[in-house]
Design a protein around this ligand. Structure first.
Ligand SMILES: NC(=O)c1ccc[n+]([C@@H]2O[C@H](COP(=O)([O-])OP(=O)(O)OC[C@H]3O[C@@H](n4cnc5c(N)ncnc54)[C@H](O)[C@@H]3O)[C@@H](O)[C@H]2O)c1
Ligand SMILES: N[C@H](CO)Cc1c[nH]c[nH+]1
Ligand SMILES: [Zn+2]
Length: 439
């Protein structure tokens, strides 16, 4: 198949019926292997350095990557009074929007709470599951190329609903400039402490702790490729929610949605990051051309045109399919973070979707609404990890513990089974421990 230049942007064009389609799709979805390795080495070095030099390393990387001039680690923490002041002085429209978004995110999260359960067997043995909130969690709020008050709410509110004791937030503040909405959102959501650090150094500090930054049990939240890589690397030392890296949008359109709307939906995720990925699938070749024209018309009007252009030309694609069922199959093999079904009957098509972080149904459901205020969490799995990961939710901040309470009769009957299995494993202490309790 030929990869041809479709727009002045050089958006990759693929045809799903071509013999080498899967091969090209794989290339499109993967990050460049060499870049990937370079990033892994860089992140590994940063983590090792933070483990070794603690606060001093965090300050050095913060000064370097965020263009700061911090020489006292305590200055990395933003005073709680600043969070309150930001909330109190926020323009009314912004405070109102944050409050409505927070209320909707909380209302949705309340449905996700895991509940303890137990059942009693005929002989009186009780089996169950206890639910416990995590003690202290780290919330990563991105801040390199944009400020993300919405990510403060999306991280903190489910943690609060779960009943987490202490919420530690990190957010980079390039050039030392704090964002009033980010601080206000931290106050509104009940974040306990905020440190103005980001990137791999912030993830390492939360994972291992430094003299100033407390170690947490789990790190959640989205970030760029450095953040996502660092989270992967500290997993085990701490829990992580998922790989929530550079944003992605996949749109399936039947050719009947205003092409300007679809072009802007693609831009909406491309504008996050040069590494973001925006893909359009349609069964209508003329429609793909119409969206191409919209892209070329609208791009010069975008403030973040450079980022959008870089994202669309390196990681974007238009995919022609024979029909919408084939579109669903391609979507499943991509397993995107966000999937828009901009079609006449989204419910029917959604029945064929197995892998996506979130599905936006119908022409009116712009993915951007989900980013801010629809209610479901916008922290979502990227890089095809929606094959096995789910959106951030209350359940990410809750632990399950099994409960077993044997009656004497239960110990007798289970003891006999355990004894046989234990002797089959040649684990005699196990067998005898169970046998002591046999009547
Ligand atoms: N998947 C999701 O749920 C979700 C949600 C919101 C945002 N996002 C994504 O989050 C990301 C936000 O990225 P961002 O850059 O604006 O903020 P960020 O906070 O993720 O990253 C900024 C940090 O990256 C580090 N960094 C930058 N260049 C570096 C380099 N060359 N070497 C080492 N470290 C370096 C710096 O420490 C800096 O503080 C975007 O990719 C966006 O698409 C994803
Ligand atoms: N689209 C991002 C998740 O990939 C979330 C976000 C926050 N603000 C704007 N968008
Ligand atoms: Zn977004």
């Amino acid at each position: 198949m030929s990869l041809s230049v479709m727009t002045t942007l050089n958006i990759t064009q693929l045809n799903a019926s071509a013999a080498d389609f899967q091969q090209h799709l794989k290339l499109l979805l993967a990050f460049d292997e060499k870049d990937d390795l370079d990033i892994q080495h860089r992140v590994l070095d940063i983590i090792a350095d933070v483990r070794k030099r603690g606060d001093q390393a965090v300050m050095d990387y913060t000064n370097r990557f965020d263009k700061r001039n911090v020489s006292l680690a305590s200055n990395l923490e933003l005073p709680k009074a600043d969070l309150l002041a930001a909330w109190q002085t926020l323009p009314t429209d912004q405070a109102h929007a944050l409050q409505i978004a927070a209320d909707r995110i909380r209302a949705y999260a309340e449905h996700q709470k895991l509940q303890p359960w137990q059942f009693t067997e005929a002989d009186g043995t009780v089996l169950g599951q206890k639910i416990t909130p995590l003690e202290r969690v780290g919330l990563y709020v991105p801040g390199g190329k944009a400020a993300y008050p919405s990510s403060v709410l999306m991280n903190a509110i489910p943690a609060k609903v779960a009943g987490v004791d202490e919420l530690i937030m990190v957010v980079p503040t390039p050039n030392g400039e704090t964002n009033a909405m980010v601080l206000a959102a931290a106050h509104l959501a009940g974040v306990d402490r905020v440190f103005s650090i980001g990137g791999a150094q912030a993830v390492a500090a939360l994972a291992y702790g430094t003299e100033t930054i407390p170690a947490v049990a789990k790190i959640v939240g989205p970030g760029n490729i450095y953040v996502a890589t660092a989270k992967k690397m500290v997993f085990g030392q701490v829990g992580i929610d998922m790989i929530a890296g550079p944003s992605e949008i996949l749109i399936i359109c039947d050719g009947k949605t205003n092409p300007d709307w679809i072009a802007m939906d693609l831009f909406s995720q491309a504008e996050h990051d040069e590494n973001a990925q925006a893909i359009l699938i349609s069964d209508d070749a003329d429609y793909l051309l119409a969206v191409e024209q919209s892209i070329n018309k609208l791009l010069p009007t975008m403030e973040r045109a450079d980022i959008i252009k870089a994202s669309l030309s390196t990681r974007g694609a238009f995919i022609k399919v024979a029909n919408l069922l084939e579109a669903a199959a391609v979507a499943n093999s991509i397993a995107p973070e966000h999937l828009e079904l901009s079609v006449e009957n989204p419910e029917a098509l959604s029945q064929h979707i197995r892998h996506a972080g979130a599905i936006f149904m119908g022409r009116y459901t712009a993915e951007a609404l989900g980013d801010y205020c629809a209610g479901p969490n916008h922290v979502l799995p990227t890089s095809s990890t929606a094959r096995y990961s789910s959106p951030l939710g209350v359940y990410d901040f809750q632990k399950r513990t099994s409960l077993i309470n044997c009656s004497a009769a239960g110990a007798d009957s289970l003891g006999k089974i355990a004894s046989v299995l234990a002797r089959g494993e040649s684990l005699t202490a196990h067998a005898r421990s169970a046998e002591y309790r046999i009547k």
